[in-house]
Design a protein. Structure first.
Length: 431
């Protein structure tokens, strides 16, 4: 029996041992979904989560653009700028583990609303930072808010949707990372150009408070799960599962590429293609919009024909990332660069959609938050590393991005190698 099968059996045993009173009072996630979410409510929660994710990623992307004037205002070198860009991901990664467990144990609503309100406050406070130390400190606190949102939203999907619809729902929601990146680069660039970077952060923070209020009404309050409904030692068992470890590592290396690119692409375009900040925002939006559409196609395919084909999806995606990343490094014109960047992102969506569909499609409902948090933890540790390493490499290269692209290419190859070795026995991942 595989490790995933053992986890499923353990969860089933725990559910069997739950008394009828506990079952009626608390219910499984599957029962909760039927009671709390009708068709119109599912649409409402999906749209609200989508908008929340767009905002989360817009707030995150704002620093990738605003780092250009911030670097000038604070007289930062490339390594210091990398520290500002990467500091957010440290607390963001750690919060994945805590929030996933909390959402599994107490339901997703409270965790979601807290996260949105928290990151909105610290988004606004970014606009009053007066030093490098303050910027890094605020970014660390900002990461706490955003870090809990991803695993908690996965629990909401499990609460609201049956397994046969989850890959599409999850792909739509996480696809907002690309919409948010497009909105973030475009909106923040326009706001900075017109009002300055400090005012831009205040505007984003205000929108976040409004979104947190709407989210409170969109997501239904689910009762806390009884301790007997969760397999004992679940976190330890999940973390020790070889296939989940490989899934986390695939996302780790893939996210080095993705976050490395989104963090430094605006600076790269300004410094090597002589584009002003407004046009950087417009040019950067195109690859993200295509990636959003691509990820939704991936989600549809995973639901319709993806059973047992997880490795195929991840391998094809990682191969595309490597090939088009290599072509980006040698592209001699802006149109070619944008085309290769877009195709690399399309490959990333195949990896991205698959790794987060795995817990929703193959693990017990009461463990999806914890499992998703573990996978995303790996990805966000990578996200914390990538901007700092690239900043250091750009500094070592005296402004050249050659070493940075080499670093990203090695990470992409590592993701591909692990994806090729991702293999489960027949039915090993089924519940």
């Amino acid at each position: 029996m595989s490790q995933f099968s053992e986890l499923n059996a353990s969860a089933a045993t725990s559910a069997t041992n739950t008394t009828p009173a506990q079952s009626n009072a608390n219910g499984s996630l599957k029962q909760t979904a039927i009671v709390l979410y009708g068709r119109k409510q599912k649409i409402f929660v999906l749209v609200t989560l989508l908008f929340s994710w767009i905002l989360a990623n817009a707030d995150r992307m704002a620093m990738s653009v605003s780092i250009i004037p911030i670097t000038k205002d604070f007289a930062l070198d490339a390594q210091q700028a990398g520290m500002v860009l990467g500091s957010f991901y440290l607390t963001y990664a750690l919060m994945q583990l805590a929030a996933g467990w909390l959402a599994d144990r107490f339901g997703s609503r409270k965790v979601l609303v807290f996260c949105v309100a928290c990151w909105s406050v610290f988004t606004s406070l970014t606009g009053v930072a007066g030093s490098l130390f303050a910027l890094i400190g605020i970014r660390l606190l900002f990461g706490i808010g955003e870090g809990g949102f991803a695993p908690a939203s996965t629990v909401t999907i499990a609460e609201a949707f049956p397994k046969k619809e989850r890959a599409r729902a999850k792909s739509l929601i996480i696809g907002a990372s690309f919409l948010g990146s497009a909105v973030g680069t475009g909106a923040i660039a326009a706001l900075i150009h017109t009002y300055g970077w400090r005012a831009a952060y205040h505007a984003f923070g205000l929108v976040g408070v409004i979104v947190a209020s709407v989210l409170w009404f969109a997501v239904k309050d689910s009762p806390a799960r009884a301790p007997g409904e969760r397999a004992k030692g679940l976190f330890r068992s999940l973390f020790g599962t070889v296939l989940l470890q490989k899934t986390m590592l695939i996302f780790f290396f893939s996210n080095i590429v993705y976050v490395g690119l989104i963090s430094w692409m605006p600076t790269f375009l300004v410094k090597t293609r002589d584009i002003d900040i407004v046009h950087v925002g417009a040019a950067s939006a195109i690859p993200y919009l295509v990636a959003f559409a691509s990820l939704n196609v991936v989600g549809w395919l995973l639901d319709k024909v993806g059973q047992g084909r997880d490795r195929l999806f991840m391998t094809i995606g990682a191969t595309m990332v490597v090939i088009f990343l290599a072509l980006m490094a040698v592209a001699t014109s802006l149109p070619l660069l944008l085309a290769f960047w877009t195709l690399s992102l399309v490959g990333y969506t195949a990896v991205y959609g698959t790794v987060f569909a795995i817990p929703l499609k193959h693990l017990p409902d009461t463990s999806v938050g914890t499992a998703s948090g573990i996978i995303n933890f790996g990805g966000q540790v990578a996200a914390g590393i990538a901007p700092v390493v690239i900043g250091t490499l750009v500094g070592v290269g005296k402004g050249s991005f050659t070493l940075a692209f080499s670093f990203l290419l090695v990470a992409g190859l590592a993701a591909l190698v692990i994806a090729l070795g991702w293999k489960s026995k027949p039915h090993a991942l089924s519940t």
